[in-house]
Design a protein around this ligand. Structure first.
Ligand code: PEP
Ligand code: MG
Length: 580
């Protein structure tokens, strides 16, 4: 047995067989052939095309009913490309003219086509190069007799019950994993705070990331234990270890059962302070978990996930339908965050300033929206329209100066006027809040609190920007520290600003759902939390056990710690302190 360690995600355990995803670019053999072998090679290519078409047809047939409509369109587009003379007939011509093997000819033709698409003015046509690459890879695999080893090419039952091992997974791919009934994943790269990790938590899927060497040490069909809590992956464990882990699994289930006894309890501290616990969601698929947790509503709806794994942005109407589904589904207040594209949240299609948005310091989130009203406006209209069906608030991500807030407020006002003149209903009292994720905004929280109806602290980004570390770069992940005193001082500033302006302040970063920080956040005066629905009851358990008055001094002392290690020791003491 071999054990390897990385950053653990979730607190669950998965036991299953490995499925190793290799890089999607294939090393295909390239050689010249005898003239007499040309027909044989053409035949081989044609057979591979037929086999690939059959595989696509099976994919279409097996597509789950819950799969987004775009999945079928995606497969249709690839089938069409297979029948397009440009790709396959082009490759056949090359086999004949250059006397080279089918793989080599296909790669040559594909590269030429990609070059042509890359030069297209039209963004939609430019994106066709991605289709060419996918289709070429599929035919190559068929020619070489290798199984699909790239997530976007595996749609069928191959992954069911498996543990996926890959170099990295994007948040979009992780959403895709949802459909595949994968039980866990393990990656060489990545950090605990990336959006990939956030999605995994929402799926209740244990994972270990930043494992360096996972793809090297693990082979297809190795038996694995993935321990999300300890960040460990055990390869081909002995029977006794498996037995021990099965015991741990049943303990986890027993604890989950116990936690459900708290579902109906009000989240009130020993000294009578009622704490508002809300849920973070990425899609309507999480509504079941939200209801089960009895959260007070949705404190963060990450709308950008609606834009992932598709070839075009959703229309206003499609967005409206999605938002309405959440609002009517949860039947409690919902805070809809406007588009927070960028950073590691990448989209498949082209949009203005895409490259800049992919940098954590680039034109992302509200910056992108304000620079491209044509992207922002349909979303604002859709959210306002959905507000007619429940209690909706709008939340602006990544604000860094008040001009941005003023611009958004003006745009919302204009949008309301437009809707009114069109006779479309919306809630006139929609509240508008902002996310405090940039240190500048935290320092000036007082000013923002004057302009907005509520604030929400996005600690995932606030920590990244305060400590100057990219949240997805596992090389600097060791510096990512939610209890760095500088971070805690900023959190406190924001809570104080909210109190002064008499507006609610919530915290919706991953810190809110980590029971390690519940007492500390209460000590800093936080009364509104929003987290993954799967953690609401754990946090509630903590809340029920504490007296906020008794916590205050310890909280102050952690804020004043000189070093991260000092802060950690003090936090451990705070968490051990018996308060019940
Ligand atoms: C945050 O930054 O804390 C946050 C909640 O937003 P996201 O994780 O989507 O960036
Ligand atoms: Mg953020």
């Amino acid at each position: 047995m071999l054990s390897i360690f990385g950053s653990g995600i979730g607190r669950g355990i998965a036991i299953g067989k490995a499925y190793v995803l290799r890089q999607s670019d294939i090393e295909a053999p390239q050689y010249t052939i005898e003239k007499s072998d040309v027909n044989k090679e053409v035949k081989r290519l044609r057979q591979a095309v037929v086999a690939t078409k059959a595989k696509y047809q099976k994919l279409l047939k097996d597509l789950p009913k819950t799969a987004p409509r775009e999945s079928a369109a995606f497969i249709d587009a690839h089938m069409l490309m297979l029948s397009d003379p440009l790709l396959i007939d082009g490759a056949i011509k090359i086999i004949k003219s250059d006397s080279i093997n089918a793989e080599y000819a296909l790669i040559k033709q594909s590269q030429d086509l990609i070059k042509v698409f890359e030069q297209m003015q039209d963004a939609y046509l430019r994106e066709k190069r991605v289709d060419v690459r996918h289709v070429t890879n599929r035919v190559l695999r068929s020619l070489m007799g290798i199984v699909a080893h790239s997530l976007d090419e595996v749609h069928d039952d191959e992954l069911k019950g498996k543990i996926v091992i890959s170099q990295d997974l994007t948040p979009a791919e992780t959403m895709f994993v949802r459909e595949q009934k994968i039980v866990a994943f393990v990656t060489d790269l990545g950090s605990q705070i990336s959006h990939t990790a956030i999605v995994a938590r929402s799926l209740k899927m244990p994972a270990v990331v930043g494992l360096h060497g996972a793809t090297k040490y693990i082979n297809d069909d190795d038996m694995l234990i993935v321990d999300g809590l300890r960040g460990a992956v055990l390869i081909n464990p002995s029977e006794s270890i498996l037995k021990e882990y099965r015991k741990r699994l049943s303990k986890i289930r027993a604890r989950e059962k116990y936690l459900t006894t708290l579902t109906r309890r009000i989240a009130k501290t020993k000294d009578g302070k009622t704490i508002r616990l809300m849920a973070n969601v990425e899609t309507s698929k999480e509504l079941g978990a939200v209801k089960k947790s009895n959260a007070a509503g949705i404190g963060l709806y990450r709308t950008e996930y609606l834009f992932m794994n598709r070839e075009q942005a959703p229309t206003e109407q499609e967005q409206f339908r999605a938002y309405k589904k959440i609002v009517t589904g949860v039947e409690k207040p919902v805070i809809i965050r406007t588009l927070d594209i960028g950073g590691d949240k990448r989209l498949d299609f082209n949009y203005p300033n895409k490259k800049s948005s992919e940098s954590p310091l680039g034109l992302r989130a509200v910056r992108l929206c304000l620079n491209h009203i044509e992207v922002f406006k349909p979303q604002l209209r859709a959210i306002l329209r959905a507000s007619a069906f429940g209690k909706v608030s709008i939340m602006i991500p990544m604000i860094s100066n008040v001009d941005e807030v003023d611009q958004v407020l003006t745009l919302i006002k204009q949008t309301k006027t437009e809707l009114r003149s069109e006779g479309i209903e919306y809630d006139k009292r929609v509240k508008i809040g902002g996310m405090i994720e940039v240190p500048a905004a935290a320092i000036m929280a007082d000013v923002f609190a004057q302009k907005l109806d509520f604030l929400s602290i996005g600690t995932n980004d606030l920590i990244q920007y305060t400590l100057a570390i990219d949240r997805v770069d596992d090389a600097v992940n060791y510096l990512y520290d939610p209890i760095h005193p500088a971070v805690l001082q900023l959190i406190k500033l924001v809570i104080r600003a909210g109190k002064k302006a008499s507006i609610p302040v919530s915290l919706c970063g991953e810190m809110a759902g980590n029971v390690k920080y519940t007492r500390l956040l209460l000590a800093l005066g936080l009364r509104h939390f929003s987290m993954d629905a799967n953690y609401v009851l754990d946090v509630k358990e903590q809340i029920l056990s504490v007296d906020t008055e008794q916590l205050k001094r310890a909280g102050e002392s952690i804020i004043r710690a000189d070093s991260p290690i000092q802060a950690r020791i003090k936090l451990e003491k705070l968490n051990e302190f018996p308060l019940i």
